[in-house]
Design a protein around this ligand. Structure first.
Ligand code: KG4
Ligand code: ZN
Length: 376
């Protein structure tokens, strides 16, 4: 059935939108109000993780993730409606991540949203998860376009310029593994548990990052792409070469790995900041946003802060709950699209791959589809 047969109609009233997210291993629902003047208020939100379910396998298992999403999604929707004191009737639209991500997982949010949209007679908005991340800083503070964004998670590592709503220019992305994937896989090899990123950061605290010689991916090369597979393999080879690793070996390798990832992210981001300044020479407020779970890492934050300081950029990191996967960013992206009259019909597909920037995907298929990591 087509809920959206009329042409797009922009709306200038306050919009209240329910957002649903289930593209990886977080199930989430949120209700966001977007005022006519662009102010954003998160009225209610819930996130349910699945770490315990995946921990025995050392990574996200798609079938387990899909089932877990389906089991809890309806309950989360009821909870956020109750927390916000709203009925479905009070909503202006229903948004769901429809990709990119694990297809079985994406279906949970998208199918729920379709059912609710059909039942309540509300518009459906199929949201690109990456657009959610790109707009996430606007959940906590007003931020004018354009700004530079580093999205660094378990599934993605990319630098893009948010030029305006629906207009994103990808400068570069990882040629192989995502940064979070490099953390997770190295942590797994070292037996640090799942999720690996936080565990490896903890280990690294007392380590000597200079002890082991690790490659510096794409160092001193121009451009905005990333590569972490070689670094990950080098760390594994070092680990395999130690017959009975001591606690010192463990912390030193963790520290070296973390430092190399931090340096690479900072160096490629510096290149992107220079490009941004050349492109937008007349902008006073130079903003560099970092989003994604890896942004929780303090060494990485510091490296990005130093890079931003030396280029004259303001580093903006959304609060952690909006940095990692959440539904508030999906509700916000949905509300912005609804404001512009861009809604979807019930045939909107779930997509495993969905580049945010179709133009660069066509030019360079290697970076086109946003490579997925173990979390995806
Ligand atoms: O954004 P996110 O919650 O989910 C997606 O990948 O979409 O990011 C999770 C990733 C995992 O790879 C996790 O190991 C990594 O972020 N991560 C960290 C830290 N906290 C989470 N990596 C390094 N240091 C951390 N403190
Ligand atoms: Zn994400």
């Amino acid at each position: 059935m087509d809920l959206d047969s009329s042409p797009p109609v922009a709306q200038d009233k306050a919009l209240t939108v329910l957002g649903l997210e289930s593209s990886c291993d977080e199930t989430a629902a949120a209700i966001v109000r977007l005022d006519a003047d662009g102010r954003v208020e998160v009225l209610a939100e819930k996130v349910r993780g699945q770490n315990d379910a995946h921990a025995p396998y050392g990574g996200v298992v798609p079938e387990i993730a899909a089932r877990a999403h389906a089991e809890v999604m309806d309950g989360l929707v009821e909870q956020v409606l109750a927390d916000a004191g709203l009925s479905l009737d009070a909503l202006d639209g229903i948004a769901a991540t429809s990709g990119p991500g694990l297809i079985g997982g994406v279906m949970a949010a998208l199918m729920t949203a379709k059912g609710l949209a059909l039942g309540a007679g509300k518009p459906l908005i199929a949201v690109n998860h990456l657009e959610g991340h790109a707009l996430s800083p606007r959940l906590s503070e007003p931020l004018d376009f354009p700004y530079l964004l580093l999205l660094v998670s378990g599934g993605h590592t990319q630098l893009l310029i948010a030029e305006g709503f629906g207009r994103y220019h990808r400068l570069g992305s990882t040629l192989d593994d995502a940064a979070g994937e490099a953390f997770d896989k190295t942590a797994k090899v070292m037996g640090l548990g799942f999720p690996g990123g936080p565990a490896l950061e903890k280990m690294a605290r007392s380590g000597n990052p200079d002890r082991f010689e690790l490659p510096a991916p794409l160092a001193n090369r121009p451009g905005y792409d990333f590569s972490f597979a070689g670094l990950k393999t080098a760390a594994r080879q070092i680990w395999d070469g130690i017959s009975s690793p001591t606690p010192t070996d463990k912390v030193d390798l963790a520290a070296g790995m973390q430092r190399q990832i931090a340096r690479s992210l900072a160096q490629r981001s510096s290149n992107a900041m220079k490009y941004f300044m050349e492109t937008y020479a007349d902008i006073d407020d130079l903003a560099f946003v970092v989003a994604g779970g890896v942004a929780a890492n303090q060494t990485i934050r510091q490296a990005l802060q130093d890079a931003a300081d030396s280029q004259g950029f303001r580093l903006i990191a959304p609060p952690m709950k909006w940095c990692t996967d959440n539904a508030a960013m999906i509700a916000l992206a949905g509300a912005e699209r609804l404001r512009r009259g861009e809604t979807d019909d019930l045939s909107a597909p779930a997509r495993a791959r969905w580049p945010l920037d179709a133009a660069s995907a066509k030019l360079d298929p290697a970076i086109g589809s946003g490579r997925k990591g173990p979390k995806a």
